[in-house]
Design a protein around this ligand. Sequence first.
Ligand SMILES: Cc1cc2nc3c(=O)[nH]c(=O)nc-3n(C[C@H](O)[C@H](O)[C@H](O)COP(=O)(O)O)c2cc1C
Length: 321
Amino acid sequence: MTNKQFDPKALRAAFGSYMTGVTVITTMSAEGTPIGFTANSFTSVSLEPALLSVCPAKSLSSFDVFANCERFAVNILSEDQQHISNIFAGSKEDRFSQVDWHTDEHGNPVLDGVLTHFSCKTHNNIDAGDHIILIGEVLDFATREGLGLGYASGGYFSLGLEREAAEMSAQQQQVHVGVIIEHQGKVLLCTENGKSSLPYTLTDDNTSAVEAVTALLADNKIHAKLGAVFSIYDNPKNNNSYIFYRAFADSEDIGNFNNTTDNLNNPVDSSSLTHYVALDQLSAQTYTTPALASMMIRYAAESKNGMYGVYVGHNDSGKVH
Ligand SMILES: Cc1cc2nc3c(=O)[nH]c(=O)nc-3n(C[C@H](O)[C@H](O)[C@H](O)COP(=O)(O)O)c2cc1C
């Protein structure tokens, strides 16, 4: 049998290209402490009997608890629970003190507001490299209408909001697609005559919003990973529609922005300046429109706790989801 060595980063990226939902796996330790971790390795296995599986890594601090637990629960996160995924993937503090939860009749901790939960008794577990496959028999479950949180290539997505953005692009011939490019606590702004805006482009009949923003980054030689939608709104007065995405740049390089020569290498007037501005300076800037100003102030505020909502509505009124 061959045991081929792969570049772990490349293998992780290849596995990560498979789009999944996000769950939090929970159990009660022998001392009665709730324990949990974020997992996207959840899979339904069998209907009769009702079995499911998840793969805890041997590197988890809670691995021994999950490897020996008699019961556990799978909590499928809803599309507005990205912050819960982050807590159960990263937080070193008491994870359960940061969320609402209850104990179900089988003694499993269940997170409030999840889309679905399965309360299980351990069927068996199988050793599998640096993980185990933990198989649970479903004792009970509850599910509700709604959409789950999505995860693909290291980023979260919300199907509901992506659909909304896609519908807007389909209805309108041209959509203004902007991008909030972040790098280490700074955001790329374009400032002209003292007023700031974000890099943006327009869609056309053949390009979706995601394609347009991806091309905007590529054309300007910005190496950045595209994130989730941050804001979707229209302006009924001028009939324009706007979609803003988040993106994460590899460096503070501003790429082709601020080019002082045109395509033929002739000098051009560069009265506009594209530059990185610290998050805590965003609210002090003057923006080209009030809608942009309130969006950037919300961005600065939400970046403090890393919980980003999505604004959907009009330029002057709407709702943050
Ligand atoms: C979206 C997502 C999916 C994850 N899926 C798994 C998984 O299936 N199995 C696993 O062991 N860890 C998974 N992790 C990583 C664990 O959540 C993380 O390593 C764990 O919470 C660390 O806990 P610890 O600090 O107590 O060791 C995932 C993380 C994220 C963000």
